[in-house]
Ligand binder design. Structure first.
Ligand SMILES: [Zn+2]
Length: 67
């Protein structure tokens, strides 16, 4: 199961969660302030699988390369 990074929009806390692919865009609750206003960041998981292609990585519809 891949790890995704999120950042809280309220307190700017950065945290990671292990989730399934189809849950990666579900709301993640901030561990600090319990806010659901969090945003998924480009994770290390993507960085190691998409090379330096920032244009693809920044797109909401980024395709996932299954290994
Ligand atoms: Zn927070």
């Amino acid at each position: 199961m891949p790890t995704y990074a999120y950042v809280c929009q309220k307190c700017t806390t950065e945290f990671t969660m292990r989730r399934k692919f189809n849950e990666m865009d579900d709301p993640a609750v901030c561990p600090e302030c319990k806010s659901a206003e969090t945003k998924r960041q480009i994770s290390l998981f993507y960085a190691t699988n998409t090379g330096s292609s920032t244009s693809a990585a920044s797109s909401p519809g980024t395709k996932i390369r299954h290994i």
